[in-house]
Write a protein that binds this ligand. Structure first.
Ligand code: FRU
Length: 485
């Protein structure tokens, strides 16, 4: 597959054609990373939902397969998850061979009352996800009183010996458990009083991570777009404890932790059944505020880079850290490294011209306490994305107001900002594709994912000290290869 259209991401997954939103059913099985996704095969905007399907052997190169799940008499196919049923708890599999089980939301409207119905259903595959059979007992979980009742994420909880489901239920997450993936029992409800409720709760995930020999549980909750917010849709997380039944947030109820400080990372969840110790996550690289209007032709939306998640202990508690998966290193092509340390006094600029618009830049700084520095990413003559660090204030901003096409939505031209507390030492990784910038701090505590639509097809980097002096301790750029060639 070779993709050459304007704005087509070259090292991010996007569907061959038509509309895509949330990543779904990510599971690792028999050497393949599966990525299913909310898919509308008949249009370039959101519509009747199917599960599209792609597989990868390395999380970098993707092969798109035929649609996995089609709408049925219970409705269209909304978001959900997939697991390997290793011990055939479901009874779907034969001869001791494990297989894949998908748990998703069927969405429809009750023909009599006209009410929206969201019910959970199950499908299974005995051939590595190539074909799927729907369970004849569907739906397996329904609830007449809550119209928002969707996005089941299921995992095996070894300690209590059962399957656990986290489900988005309006302004909370409801937890269920099951011995066989088919019969589900209520366990607990989390979140009515916790975190951000700026929009409807969607796409939860719950998983353990280790830090200094201690296990904590992380709950991801995406928050739908609401007109009262500036940012549109985004994802928060909670840290706490989980005993197989109840999740307890260990932070103050009003503390809001954002997974990403850019506008374009939504509805992400993690892979199931990885065979190493990693927890790998991928998100949908868009925002409901303008996802249907972004200026691409024939296809719409891409996923973020896959990211490894971890925990870091700070004075105020545990925080999530994220790094692009190391597998992406295979994409590094021709590189340039600056002789460092390199001192820049106030007003001085260092420039680097790239022959490409696909790049990875890694730099580390040591800056005066009150300095301000800016990295200008020039895409074309008049097109710039501006990454600025105000060391004294402890803030980072990514300004895309002049990055390219933006008039499709009043919410698109934006300055994205975050606190950045590294003080005088800082370091960043930037991944720039044809229509996106992802920024990660070296320690992983800051991520900013941002779409851009520049007409220009090259990159010039300009690093400038605006106030005070800055030493570049490291500066390394590499051209990245396309995953589609
Ligand atoms: C999140 C979401 C989910 C839903 C899906 C429908 O982006 O709204 O809650 O299942 O998209 O496509």
């Amino acid at each position: 597959e070779v993709y050459t259209e304007k704005f087509r991401p070259q090292f991010h997954f996007s569907p061959r054609e038509k509309w895509m939103n949330d990543p779904n059913g990510m599971v690792y099985f028999e050497g393949e990373y599966h990525l299913f996704f909310q898919y509308h095969p008949d249009g370039n905007t959101w519509g009747s939902m199917h599960w599209g399907h792609a597989v990868s052997k390395d999380l970098v190169h993707w092969e798109e397969l035929p649609i996995a799940l089609y709408p049925d008499e219970l409705g269209t196919i909304f978001s959900g998850s997939a697991v390997v049923d290793w011990h055939n708890t479901s009874g779907f599999f034969k001869d001791g061979k494990p297989g894949l089980v998908a748990i998703y939301t069927n969405h429809d409207t009750d023909p009599i009352s006209g009410d929206v119905r969201q019910r959970q259903s199950v499908a299974y595959s005995v051939d590595k996800g190539r074909s799927w059979s729907k369970y004849e007992g569907n739906p397996v979980l329904e609830n007449a009183s809550e119209p928002d009742y969707r996005d089941p994420k299921v995992f095996w909880h070894g300690e209590s010996g059962q399957w656990v489901m986290v489900l988005a239920t309006g302004q909370s997450i409801t937890i269920y458990h099951s011995p066989d993936l088919l019969q589900w029992t209520y366990a607990s409800t989390f979140g009515h009083e916790e975190g951000s409720h700026a929009g409807v709760w969607e796409c939860p995930d719950l998983f353990p991570l280790e830090c200094d020999g201690k296990e904590r549980w992380v709950m991801l909750v995406s928050i739908g777009d609401h007109p009262d917010t500036i940012e549109g849709s985004r994802t928060q997380y909670f840290i706490g404890d989980f005993d197989g039944k109840t999740f307890i947030n260990e932070n103050p109820a009003d503390l809001i932790l954002w997974l990403d400080h850019g506008r374009d990372n939504y509805a992400g969840v993690s892979w199931s059944d990885l065979q190493d110790e990693r927890r790998i996550y991928i998100g949908w690289m868009s925002n409901w505020r303008y996802a249907n209007e972004v200026p691409t032709d024939g296809w719409r939306s891409a996923m973020t880079l896959p990211r490894e998640l971890g925990l870091k202990k700070e004075d105020s508690g545990y925080r999530l850290v994220q790094h692009p998966v190391r597998e992406l290193d295979v994409l590094s092509g021709a590189g340039k490294e600056k002789m460092t340390p390199y001192s820049l006094h106030e007003g001085e600029t260092y420039q680097e011209r790239m022959q490409t618009n696909l790049a990875h830049l890694h730099f580390e700084t040591e800056a005066d306490t009150n300095s301000v520095w800016a990295l200008t990413i020039r895409h074309g003559r008049e097109e710039v994305s501006l990454f600025t660090c105000r060391v004294g204030e402890g803030t980072i901003t990514l300004d895309r107001r002049r990055s390219g096409i933006h008039a499709f939505s009043a919410s698109f031209p934006a300055v994205q900002s975050a606190e950045y507390a590294e003080g005088e030492r800082g370091g960043f990784h930037l991944y720039i594709d044809t229509s996106s910038i992802e920024v990660f701090s070296t320690g992983g505590e800051l991520a900013m994912t941002s779409l851009i639509f520049p007409e220009g097809e090259s990159i010039d980097f300009e690093f400038k000290t605006l106030t005070g002096n800055v030493v570049l301790k490291e500066w390394k750029v590499s051209q990245l290869r396309s995953i589609w060639s």
